[in-house]
Design a protein around this ligand. Sequence first.
Ligand code: CP
Ligand code: NVA
Length: 329
Amino acid sequence: MAINLKGRSFLTLMDFSPLEIRYLLDLSHDLKSKCRAGINDKLLDGKEIVLLFEKTSTRTRCAFEVGAGQEGAHVTFLDSNSSQMGKKESLEDTAKVLGRYYDGIEYRGYEQSVVEKLAKYAGVPVWNGLTDVDHPTQILADLMTIEEHVHKPLNKVKIAFVGDTRNNMCYAWMYGAAKMGMHFVALGPEELYPDETILKEVNAVAKETGAQIELVSDEKVLNDVDVIYTDVWAGMGEEDKLRERVTLLKPYQVTQELVSNIGTEDCIFMHCLPAYHDFETTFAKKALDEQDIDCREVTDEVFRAKYSVVFDEAENRMHTIKSIMVATI
Ligand code: CP
Ligand code: NVA
């Protein structure tokens, strides 16, 4: 059956079938090849796109802007201080207004219910650019990157998400892995294990796709991992929890030793970025200098290793985001 995603919002991978995700991945690979070859079909010619960011961003914002620009669309960027949304105008009214001007709406912020509400009332596709509980555009880029670097089908890939297994990236990964029939292991402290309701939903999908979703807190039970993935220990809006997080997560820092212990010979390291791998950021330096906190979730050695594919992953944000816009508008 031909896949048609026109008019669909992209709020979570849980809304998409494995075949639909496959379609988006194939389109992403195709758009990347065309981009590299200098072929440009202007697939979004004349379209208008609005980007709503209540949290900061480098990759997601730039991927939308560059992807849209390359395909001939025009973009408006609004941060939380430059619109009436939610403060002087309800989400419902804002969505209805934006839907009259724009062909697609990207939203990054806090609660998933906001992006759901925008999608309910806008009448045009809404794309989730990260919430507190999901980051689906990132997973599409991650799946694409795995296909480029791990030479087996996704349903044969074993991935370990190491660290805060209750955060938006781990949840997004559980959704993606469950849908694509992957072997997903969350490695982190029991205190930060994923929410039971989410696990139930994910396991129901896994039952249908053959995926395996595991939670472990001891790296010794893990081996033959193809992809080692981590994320920051305190995400946007959680910075005040840094000390308690570091105390829990320090044993789960991704080091060369951990990689050697749990990874296959040709395993890869991935990270959604931005990452703390040294003290070249004001945040990491301040935490160290003023609070004696080392917040690095990955060592510089691993981050810069040959098997680290983090910048390919970052590039693929653009190709996959472009494919989401092209497929749904
Ligand atoms: N990975 C990611 O979403 O990066 P940004 O926060 O820079 O958009
Ligand atoms: N967990 C991180 C992901 C950033 C892309 C955050 O929410 O800040």
